[in-house]
Write a new protein. Structure first.
Length: 265
């Protein structure tokens, strides 16, 4: 049964990115974040943004889905860059001076680098982590990275129940409105409803913990897994492509002389 289920799931994963192990995708996104944080320069962030975006599109991330998931980052990145441009470290020519606002060549360059770095980290991170199946990720974390099964399964259960919070919030709102206690004093109503949601979540968590303990989730001895987590050729390709993109980004910055380590200011 397990083998048949695995083959059926593999056929459903049509894109190369979906066929990779979620753990490899998680580690690849962390690698992008770490390397891009090491330096604040336009070249490395720009190269990582372009090559990383091309890699994700070629792997089947989906341009429309990626664009929709990137909307919060696209909104936040210019705001962060604007703050850096207005209040960042001053160097070079001063283009605008007004109170605490001092826009210079250095602050503009730093703002552009910050903008590209946020976009690059967002594109690579969201593109790699978007659409990951939580169950497959938990299987990989426990089997490949050898994380404690109790922690992994507890986190998976919490993630599965997270989607119920919205439904509970709506149900609480309707119940309070039916009882006539949701017509005035909006702030007080929201505080009371939030407390009710907290109580409901704690009760559900306790019931879930009891059910998991009754089913032997915390039992002694070795644990078996219904879905084995393995690494394949798609994972090797993703690791190699990530290494090449990051090497190209760092190499281009070093060749252009723009590599600016964070520790060196």
């Amino acid at each position: 049964m397990t083998a048949v289920a695995e083959r059926t799931a593999d056929r459903r994963r049509t894109t190369p990115l979906e066929r990779t192990n979620p753990v490899v995708r998680l580690l690849a996104s962390l690698a992008f974040a770490v390397v891009l944080v090491l330096s604040v320069d336009v070249v490395s962030a720009g190269v990582a943004l372009v090559l990383g975006g091309v890699l994700l599109l070629a792997a089947g991330a989906g341009g429309r889905r990626l664009a929709l998931r990137m909307l919060p980052v696209v909104v936040a990145a210019p705001l962060a860059a604007l703050t850096i441009a207005l209040y960042g470290q001053e160097s070079g020519r001063v283009l605008l001076a007004w109170g605490f606002v001092r826009v210079s060549d250095g602050s503009l360059a730093l703002a552009a680098a910050t903008l590209l770095r946020i976009l690059a980290i967002g594109v690579c991170g969201i593109g790699l982590l978007g659409g990951i199946d939580a169950t497959r990720l938990a299987d990989g974390l426990a089997q490949l990275l050898r994380l404690p099964a109790r922690f992994v399964l507890g986190a998976l259960a919490a993630f599965r129940l997270f989607g119920l919070l919205g439904e509970d919030w709506r149900a609480l709102g309707l119940a309070r409105r039916a009882r006539g206690i949701a017509d005035d004093k909006r702030l007080r109503r929201l505080a009371g409803q939030a407390f009710g949601l907290l109580v409901l979540a704690v009760r559900r968590g306790g019931a879930l913990a009891t059910a998991m303990e009754a089913r032997g989730f915390d039992g002694p001895g070795g644990r078996t897994w219904a879905r084995p987590s393995r690494l394949g050729g798609a994972d090797a390709v993703l690791v190699l492509a990530t290494a090449l993109v990051l090497a190209a980004a760092v190499g281009a910055a070093l060749a252009a002389g723009t590599w600016n380590p964070v520790s060196g200011g």
